[in-house]
Design a protein around this ligand. Structure first.
Ligand SMILES: [Zn+2]
Length: 354
């Protein structure tokens, strides 16, 4: 499903996108890909996209596996997604704000595909900023899954702080990493923090954790610049995650990050219910561009959502998705286990930092 083009159509239908606000994406250049990936891996991706698949690629690079099927469209799509993320960084450096909904492919490793991701655009953007001379870059990831590829690459680097809020890998992808005790290594020790969320975290618990943990990290790390990955799969309606957020929680988190740090470099991420993804990104887009969030959906916008027919995937009633853009907050109180996660997380962070 082409999420990005439908998202653009959705914004146009809601009259939230003005002329001049769409930037034509460009493909990432080879030297940009090599900021994160190995030459062999990029070469293999090129060959596969040209129709020359070799069995060894599956073993060496995890390309062409069930999880990472590759075709020319997926290769070129990844190149455009990575190029667009660099364009958003360039925009930011020229004092403008940009959002690349196709970005946030945080699972890819330097020499292998992983979790539907081939090219790690957040990693490329961070390396690009390091090359520009930034020395304190904060990467904040709100996708429901741990940003394993990004963490891995910057694990020993004290110029990059990786902060991720995600489902605990004890029950969710990537299973093998994303735990609290992964705090960085060598010079990078104390510059990596994983907030492991239990199942069914709703808005109040999520905001409770974000509003306690992020200021501590910012206070200590004092970032010069930040990247915010805005996957939407932590929303209740997403069938790939077990979290229960409304898009109000994502909006509040976005506002909180901006209050604390000013504007940043905004990338997309996962989102496997296209209807809730489009609505959440539209709400965030309004906030990014200081537009008022429409109260109701007009016929054109509604027709786009209804054409997606996503409810086939799930038996739960999702009628509320069609009644407006912004969800009502979903609150259920803060469970003792979440308070416990907060104190454990802060303790681990402060022990590693001082
Ligand atoms: Zn995800």
């Amino acid at each position: 499903m082409p999420r990005v083009s439908v998202f653009v159509d959705f914004l146009l239908a809601l009259e939230l996108l003005e002329e001049g606000e769409i930037l034509e994406p460009r493909v990432a250049k080879e030297e940009e890909l090599l900021l994160f990936h190995t030459k062999d891996y990029i070469q293999a991706l090129k060959e596969v996209s040209a129709g020359h698949f070799r069995a060894e690629f599956r073993e060496r690079f995890n390309i062409g596996s069930f999880e990472n099927p590759v075709c020319p469209a997926s290769y070129w799509g990844s190149l455009y997604a990575a190029g667009a993320s660099i364009q958003v960084a360039e925009l930011f450096l020229s004092s403008k704000v940009g959002f690349n909904p196709a970005g946030g492919m945080h699972h890819a490793y330097p020499a292998n595909a992983n979790g539907f991701c081939f090219i790690n655009d957040p990693g490329i953007v961070i390396s690009y900023l390091l090359n520009k001379g930034f020395k304190r870059i904060l990467y904040i990831d709100l996708d429901a899954h741990h940003c394993d590829g990004v963490q891995h690459f910057f694990y020993r680097d004290n110029r990059v702080f990786v902060l991720s809020f995600h489902q605990s890998p004890s029950y969710a992808f990537p299973f093998v990493c994303g735990y609290l005790d992964e705090l960085g290594d060598g010079a990078g020790f104390g510059y990596n923090l994983n907030v492991e969320l239990p199942k069914n975290v709703a808005d109040d618990e999520y905001l409770f954790l974000v509003k306690e943990i992020l200021p501590a990290v910012v206070e200590h790390f004092k970032p010069e610049i930040y990247i915010l990955a805005l996957g939407t799969d932590a929303l209740e309606e997403d069938y790939l995650s077990k979290l229960s957020l409304s898009n109000f929680a994502l909006l509040e988190t976005f506002r909180f990050v901006n209050q604390l740090l000013g504007s940043g470099i905004y990338l997309g991420g996962g989102g496997y219910n296209p209807i809730s993804t489009l609505r959440a990104w539209a709400v965030l887009w309004c906030e990014m561009t200081k537009k008022e969030i429409p109260r109701a959906l007009n016929d054109k916008a509604l027709a786009i959502l209804q054409s997606l027919e996503f409810t086939d995937f799930d038996e739960r009633g999702f009628d509320h998705l069609f009644s407006g853009l912004l969800d009502k907050p979903r609150n259920g109180g803060i469970r003792p286990q979440v308070r416990d996660i907060l104190s454990k997380t802060l303790r681990a962070f402060f022990n590693a930092s001082y």
